[in-house]
Structures are given as structure tokens and as C-alpha cells.
Design a protein around this ligand. Structure first.
Ligand code: GCO
Length: 448
């Protein structure tokens, strides 16, 4: 074959592939100006909620994160929202919003501050929180691991070592009997993807490592831990409703005619999303078997925030703004607002054929200029999906109030309530009132 015939064939194959990908994987964008996002309807039994996590709000913790904050010279979580002392009045905020359910996490390092030493008084506090919620008619949803764990567990290598998983399952088996009479909904782990990649590849979460291989290993171990805990808890309480919270970040090629961007997109979508879905659906992950993880979820929790426009030169930090389409609004976190991605994330998770709980969705927006619109767009997408047959049962807004945003410290404000950290006062934002209204309207239409 002549060289120009070879070259010609390569060019044709290249463009054919790009064309096929372009058609098969569209990046949907709606004309939001022509959509009335106030027109939404939700099923009668739809659950309205808000979410938080222990280390982000409690204050006074002593765990892998507090050690990392000091070691890396980060902003310290410190007193956070002082929720450990103020939880009762914070529960009043939930009532004020009118939510049906509250997703929060239990801090392992409080329950088992030293290996094998259990702090019954901490268990009693969480137990009182659960009672308080139930008395208010608010259903608790508990996350067992939301990024933080005891320092002693971290010292042993945390989830990097497969043999350490039993420490986590022991802790879960210890506390579950205290609460399972009153709590039905459980998230075993929060975002195995973010936890592993931020902690072991991007070095921005503890333990601050930088190796993609380590990250993949940790993600797998966390999924194995999830599977173990699922089966263990199901044995103790067959009626428990147990799943995990999965962050679905959609990766799209930055330039849709660039094959390299497509290939990076496919790889990242698999590493971040596909591998976990495959573990739950087929019991396989990164080419190896994780048999008992197959079908180990009664629901899948979806944490959705954004899509990432991908190229081989994707920044390896969250400290700089990510690329965005020209018409997209970039949020304070530096990634674009892309509500359409929630629709794509749901379609993806539907492969699992289990109910979907939106366990997190929200935006960093200190002045609350964007959040009302952000909220309405995402709710509009959810209502539309449900109308078209998706089994979405709930929406938990992230977050009830401003809190400690991990690597970003207190700079990112995700709250429906503004927190003034100088005096710990909480003030409802416009978006909080908007959410309140949505919930009240729904309840008016569906009395009882
Ligand atoms: C996560 C966590 C939350 C974050 C939230 C906002 O997704 O990283 O579940 O703890 O605070 O997502 O970034």
C-alpha cells in the first residue's frame, strides 16, 4: 500500500470513530431559559432531605483528618459547626425546612478512639440524636464511613491493606445493634471513588499519597469492605435498607473531535464510575473478582455535582478552575454547574436495577446567588426522570449548613443555612427558603 493510502485510511478511521462516539455519547445541554423549572411534580411518597457528615460539622474530632490537617498545614477543622454540642438545636433547623429525612454520619473515631476500646457515652449521644429525629418525624439515614476514621486505623494502613477491613466491619457490627431497631436506611461508605482518588492519587485527602495504583487498590478494598458490611448487617437485620453513596462525576471530552480526549474520557469514566458499577452488577472490578460485592446494595446513593471536560492534561488538583463550556456557569468550587449530568448519572446507575436515592447534590455559593437556580434545575431534572419512569426515591440536599469542606477548609459554603463561625449562629439563606417552599408545596398537594 502506498503511504498516502495508509494515511488516508488512518484519517478516515479516526474521523469515523470520533463521529460514532459523538453520536453515541451525546453531551446534552438544555435551553434553560425556555424551561420553567418551577413546574415540577413529585410522587406522593417522595422523600425530601438534607445531608451532612460528622467530621464536617461536629468539631473537636481526633481522627485521620485532624492529623492530616496539622501535618499538611491545612486549615484546621477545629470546632467546625460545634454540632456535637448543638445538635439538638440543629435538628430544629431540619424541622424548619420541613424535611422528611436527614442523612448524617457516625464518627468511628468517637466510638472506638483506641483499637478495641469502645466509648459507650459517644454511642449514647448518637442514640439520642436518632431519638430526637424520630420524635420530630424525621427519618435518619446513617453513613457509617464518610471519609474520616480513627488515627490508629490510619496508622495500620487504613483501607490500603485488605486485612484491615475487619476493623471496619467490627465497628459496624458493634454499633448496628444499638441503632437498627430505629434506623432503617444505611449508607455503608461514602464515595469510594473520591476517598481513594483524593487520598491516594491526588494527595489532597489523608493519607496524602500520590499513586494511581494505590488509589485503585484502595477503591477496590473499600468496595470489598462495603460488601462485607452489607452482608453482615443484613444478617443482623434483614429489613435494613442498605446501600452506598456513589459520587458520579461525568467525564466528557474537552474537544469532541479529538480522539485522545475521547480515550481519556473513556478511561476516567471507567476508573471513576464504571468499575464500581461493574463491582455491584457483575462482581468484577478492574479485571478481578469481588464476588460478594455483586448485588450487595438495596439502593444506590447518588452524589452528583458536575461533569469534567477531559483531556490528557487534566489538572491533578482541585485548586484551579476546571474547563467549562462557554455558556456554562462556573461555581465557586471551580467546576461548572451542569444539571443535565444528573440525568446522565441516573441513566447510568439504572443499569443496577435498584432504587436510586439522591444522597447529595448542592453547590458552593457563599452569597447564595446561584444556589436557588441550581436547586431548581436539579429538581426539575429529577421530576422529569421520575415522570419518565426512573425509580428515584429521594433528594438529600448537600448541605444543611455551611461546614468544613475537607481540602478546601471553610472557604466553600454549601449550606442552606449560613454559619457565622465567630458565634456559631445559623441563618437561613434564600435557597433554604426556596427548598422549604418546594417541600411545603409538595406536602400541600399530597396531604398525609
Ligand atoms: C463529597 C462529600 C461531601 C462534600 C460535598 C461537597 O462529595 O466530597 O460527600 O462531604 O462536602 O460533596 O463537595
Amino acid at each position: 500500500m502506498e503511504w498516502h493510502t495508509i494515511l488516508g485510511s488512518i484519517v478516515i478511521v479516526y474521523f469515523l470513530l470520533v463521529l460514532i462516539f459523538h453520536k453515541v455519547f451525546p453531551e446534552i445541554h438544555y435551553q434553560w431559559d425556555s424551561i420553567d423549572t418551577n413546574k415540577t411534580q413529585f410522587p406522593e411518597n417522595f422523600t425530601w432531605g438534607v445531608a451532612t457528615a460528622a467530621h464536617q460539622i461536629e468539631g473537636g474530632n481526633n481522627n485521620n483528618w485532624t492529623e492530616f490537617e496539622i501535618r499538611e498545614n491545612k486549615e484546621l477543622s477545629g470546632d467546625a459547626c460545634d454540632h456535637w454540642n448543638r445538635w439538638a438545636s440543629d435538628h430544629d433547623l431540619l424541622t424548619e425546612l420541613g424535611v422528611d429525612s436527614y442523612r448524617f454520619s457516625i464518627e468511628w473515631s468517637r466510638i472506638e478512639p483506641q483499637e478495641g476500646a469502645w466509648d459507650e457515652s459517644a454511642i449514647r449521644v448518637y442514640s439520642a440524636m436518632i431519638d430526637s429525629l424520630i420524635a420530630k418525624g424525621i427519618e435518619p439515614m446513617i453513613t457509617l464511613h464518610h471519609f474520616s476514621h480513627p488515627a490508629w486505623f490510619e496508622e495500620k494502613g487504613g483501607f490500603y491493606r485488605r486485612e484491615n477491613i475487619s476493623y471496619f466491619t467490627n465497628y459496624c457490627a458493634k454499633i448496628f445493634p444499638y441503632f437498627c431497631d430505629r434506623v432503617k436506611k444505611w449508607c455503608t461508605v461514602n464515595e469510594p471513588d473520591v476517598f481513594a482518588i483524593m487520598g491516594y492519587h491526588m494527595g489532597m485527602f489523608p493519607p496524602g499519597k500520590r499513586s494511581p495504583f494505590k488509589a485503585i487498590r484502595v477503591m477496590k478494598n473499600v468496595m470489598v469492605a462495603h460488601g462485607d458490611v452489607y452482608h453482615q448487617l443484613k444478617q443482623l437485620q434483614p429489613n435494613a435498607y442498605i446501600g452506598l453513596a456513589k459520587n458520579v462525576t461525568i467525564f466528557d471530552p474537552y474537544r469532541r473531535w479529538n480522539l485522545l480526549h475521547w480515550l481519556t474520557t473513556f478511561a476516567l469514566n471507567y476508573i471513576w464510575n464504571g468499575a464500581i458499577i461493574s463491582a455491584l452488577k457483575n462482581g468484577r472490578m478492574y479485571g478481578t473478582s469481588v464476588k460478594h460485592v455483586k448485588c450487595s446494595a438495596d439502593f444506590i446513593g447518588l452524589n452528583y455535582y458536575t461533569h469534567v471536560l477531559t483531556s490528557p492534561f487534566l489538572p491533578q488538583t482541585t485548586e484551579i478552575d476546571l474547563p467549562a463550556r462557554k455558556h456554562e456557569i462556573v461555581t465557586e468550587f471551580g467546576y461548572p454547574m451542569y444539571a443535565e449530568g444528573l440525568e446522565r448519572a441516573v441513566k447510568w446507575l439504572e443499569k443496577l436495577n435498584i432504587p436510586i436515592e439522591i444522597t447529595e447534590n448542592g453547590v458552593a455559593d457563599a452569597n447564595d446567588e446561584l444556589r436557588p437556580k441550581h436547586l431548581k434545575r436539579h429538581l426539575w431534572i429529577i421530576a422529569k426522570l421520575i415522570r419518565q419512569g426512573s425509580d428515584i426515591r429521594s433528594y438529600y440536599h448537600w448541605s444543611l449548613m455551611d461546614n468544613f469542606e475537607w481540602a478546601e477548609g471553610y472557604t466553600m459554603r454549601f449550606g442552606l443555612y449560613r454559619v457565622d463561625y465567630s458565634n456559631q449562629s445559623r441563618t437561613i439563606r434564600k435557597s433554604g427558603q426556596a427548598y422549604q417552599k418546594v417541600i411545603a408545596h409538595h406536602k400541600q398537594q399530597n396531604p398525609n
